[in-house]
Design a protein around this ligand. Structure first.
Ligand code: UD1
Length: 337
């Protein structure tokens, strides 16, 4: 079966391509290489022994999208990762985010709507919950007003999919990711942040390797046990596997609703200081850091209830924070060697 993976050379996309190929799917990747590199294909081949089809394309090019679906009429499922994801950039350039994350979604759904049946997996985010009222966060928690255009594109994306699936033959699963981290255990693929990383783990590994002087910990006066923010860090390979399970669920018509929503997390919250301590343990390095003021827009705590994903989807994260950080560190060492 042929699956289209948009953004398939990105961090989560590339790991998902590996797991799809491991499960016997034929994969076609569309990627515009805006935040990835064609070399990632070599990493995928090194792990799976198989080269996916790759088309360099920008999904904002509507005629190109139409042409793609004509040429690949046998695509039986779409996993849609391609999107911009930097919160700060989205505040500075909202229209880029609406064009890149929303227009592209519309163009793909327009194509899928013409098919007798279609299966669509969407990358959503725990950012839709904002500062949730209770922990762990269940899928029925209310969606809070977005604090950034990036977050808003995830909310609007979910709404568009809900409305379109109601009146079409498209079935969809929305996957709300908590904090994806790590790299493939083989160190053939991993995260490749452009410029100074905004996310915690790549900043930590780059500091560990000596590329950054020290980590700034954004605030230690939050109402948490050690005063730093709490997140649910999930290993990217676990996350990738969830996409395969979700697609198989749709293909086997096991979905109970036209649009289903699942949290993808580990169910365990870790504070920034706990992450630093765990990194120091796995790397054997002392991490230089200083406590600075809070970062605007940060929420205090977010970790997933995994009950629905465990029981309904039949998927559970396997890796611990320690394992995920071990792989992230192995990857950082490999790319700098
Ligand atoms: C961030 C985005 C979120 C997006 C996700 C994508 C913000 C406010 N949120 O989530 O919308 O979906 O990335 O991956 O940008 N931290 C430090 N020092 C650093 C970096 C981070 O102390 O140099 C802390 C943060 O305050 C936070 C935790 O580490 O408590 C995790 O931060 P990060 O990796 O940026 O993820 P989120 O903020 O959860």
């Amino acid at each position: 079966m042929k699956v289209l993976v948009t953004g398939g050379l990105g961090f989560i996309g590339s790991h998902t391509v590996v797991e799809l190929q491991n499960e016997g799917f034929e994969v076609v990747i569309i990627d515009n290489l805006s935040n990835s590199s064609e070399n990632v294909l070599d990493g995928i081949v090194a792990i799976t022994g198989k080269k996916p089809i790759f088309e360099k394309m920008d999904l904002r090019d509507k005629p190109a999208v139409e042409d793609f679906f004509k040429r690949h009429a046998d695509v039986s499922g779409v996993i849609h990762f391609a999107a911009s994801k930097a919160v700060g950039e989205s505040v500075e350039n909202p229209l880029l985010y609406y064009e890149n994350n929303i227009n592209t979604l519309v163009y793909i759904l327009q194509q899928l709507q013409q098919k007798p049946e279609a299966h669509f997996i969407f990358s959503s985010s725990c950012t839709v919950y904002g500062e949730a009222d209770k922990m762990p966060i269940t899928e029925d928690a209310s969606v809070k007003p977005a604090v950034s255009p990036y977050g808003n594109t995830k909310q609007i994306g979910e709404e568009i999919i809900n409305e379109v699936c109601k009146v079409s033959n498209i079935n969809s699963i929305l996957l709300r990711y908590f904090n994806p981290i790590g790299a493939h255990p083989t160190a053939h693929i991993g995260e490749l942040p452009i410029g100074v990383p905004q996310n915690l783990i790549p900043f930590i590994t780059q500091t560990g390797i000596g590329l950054r002087e020290q980590l700034s910990v954004y605030g230690d006066d939050y109402p948490t046990p050690d005063g730093t923010c709490i997140r649910d860090y999930i290993h990217v390979v676990d996350l990738a596997k969830a996409h395969v399970v979700a697609l198989q669920r749709l293909l086997a018509k096991k979905n109970l609703e036209k649009v289903e929503v699942f949290n993808l997390g580990t169910g365990t919250g870790s504070s920034v200081l706990e992450v630093i301590n765990t990194f120091e343990k796995v790397s054997g390095k002392k991490l230089p850091y200083k406590i600075v003021g809070r970062r605007e827009g940060d929420i205090i705590s977010a970790y997933a209830s995994t009950d629905k994903a465990n029981e309904v989807l039949g998927w559970k994260a396997q890796s611990t924070l320690e394992e995920a950080l071990t792989y992230a560190w192995k990857w950082e060492q490999k790319i700098r060697s």
